[in-house]
Write a protein that binds this ligand. Structure first.
Ligand code: M6R
Length: 368
């Protein structure tokens, strides 16, 4: 049932192209984005003046990724908040606030309570969920299902990628309703998303390379992850995977914060994973990261660089280079996260841990 794999997580990592394709299917009809159980009218979407994404763990990271896209496409302010913090701090909500509750299981207690709090304040709630008929979608105004299929591994992989895609559909639906994107622009963004399963399939070609690297890093004390822009939540996700599976100290940082403290952690041989943006995208982002890598390499870090194929500028600074296909900036998390999932799983396996059932964790956290 693990499809010939040693652990479910690897099977689920390999199912990611299908998870994306299935999540996108049926959501672009007659030239328009359509959501699932659309109990929010176009007028409701037009009235939205602020968006919150509330979630926990990896789902929260999917929200951090979405913020870049939704703000860019809709010009609406987007706040992304841990569900457990949101409900205890009296957030400013009213009927023109859209709260997007992201949850693979649809049963996470913190997220469910955040949904209840938002609805009590008259905010509109849209659930992004992987489980049909779960409690969170049942208590929401509208639902967009991710179709990643059941996820057995406690560490989220295919559900995470599907959440990013679904959050993007929410952003495009808002942009369409508000008219902040022309129909042909919405169509172009959707078609780029539709091309992602193929790009993720290509990244899966790096699995054996990354597993070998994982075996080399198995005895490390800690690993740091750096990224900028959408690469920053990818760094957070890579660190979370490593903590939960390999019980290794791991931190994700915004690369621009390095000199504000974390650079003091860099010492000889410390593995640092850097998520590079495309050299063809925002040039300034790329050059800033190149200078960050050169700084940490000069201080003796072992640099592991996830970069777009053909990006020659990073080569001199990469002790280990993992190449991912060229995709537009906002879609990069869908390819750059994949090697980080494999890395964490393989480090954990090399250390003798059960990759599918890490200690102290449950697949669905139904207590606050
Ligand atoms: O079912 P949910 O998406 O609501 O779960 C949220 C988190 O508990 C979950 O993403 C958790 O962080 C995973 N173990 C991460 O791999």
């Amino acid at each position: 049932e693990k499809g010939g794999h040693e652990y479910f997580m690897l099977k689920e990592i390999e199912e990611q192209p299908d998870a994306l394709a299935n999540t996108l299917r049926g959501h672009f009809v007659g030239g328009r984005i359509v959501l699932d159980e659309q109990r929010l009218s176009d007028q409701d979407l037009r009235d939205v003046d602020k968006v919150f994404v509330v979630a926990c763990g990896s789902a929260y990271h999917s929200g951090l990724v979405a913020k870049y896209a939704i703000e860019h496409w809709t010009r609406l302010p987007v706040e992304v908040e841990l569900a457990s913090e949101f409900r205890y701090r009296d957030p400013v909500l009213d009927r023109d606030t859209l709260v997007v509750a992201v949850s693979q299981s649809g049963e996470t207690a913190d997220t469910l309570e955040a949904v209840r709090h938002a609805r009590a304040q008259k905010a509109r709630v849209l659930a992004v969920c992987n489980t049909n008929g779960a409690q969170i979608p049942r208590e929401s105004d509208a639902v967009l299902y991710t179709h990643a299929g059941p996820e057995i591994g406690v560490a989220s992989t295919k559900a995470f990628l599907a959440q990013i895609a679904a959050n993007y559909l929410v952003g495009l639906a808002l942009a369409q309703a508000r008219g902040t994107k022309y129909p042909d622009e919405v169509a172009r963004e959707f078609h780029e998303l539709e091309a992602m399963p193929k790009a993720v399939q290509q990244v899966l070609g790096t699995v054996e390379q990354v597993r070998a690297l994982g075996r080399e890093l198995a005895d490390s004390k800690a690993v740091l992850f750096l990224g900028r822009h959408v690469g920053y939540p990818v760094a957070l996700e890579g660190a979370l995977k490593l903590k939960e599976l390999a019980y290794m100290h791991a931190e994700g940082f915004a690369a621009g914060e390095l000199k504000h403290g974390p650079i003091a952690l860099i010492e000889e041989g410390l593995p640092v994973v850097v998520v590079m943006p495309s050299p063809k995208g925002r040039a300034v982002l790329h050059s800033k990261l190149v200078s960050n890598i050169s700084e940490i390499q000069a201080r003796g870090a072992r640099t592991i660089v996830i970069a777009e194929e053909g990006d020659e500028t990073v080569r001199p600074f990469a002790d280990h280079l993992i190449e991912v296909p060229a995709v537009s900036t906002l879609l990069q998390p869908l390819v750059s996260t994949v090697p980080l999932q494999v890395l964490a799983a393989e480090i954990a396996r090399s250390r003798g841990y059960d990759v599918d059932k890490p200690r102290n964790l449950a697949k669905s956290v139904t207590v606050e």
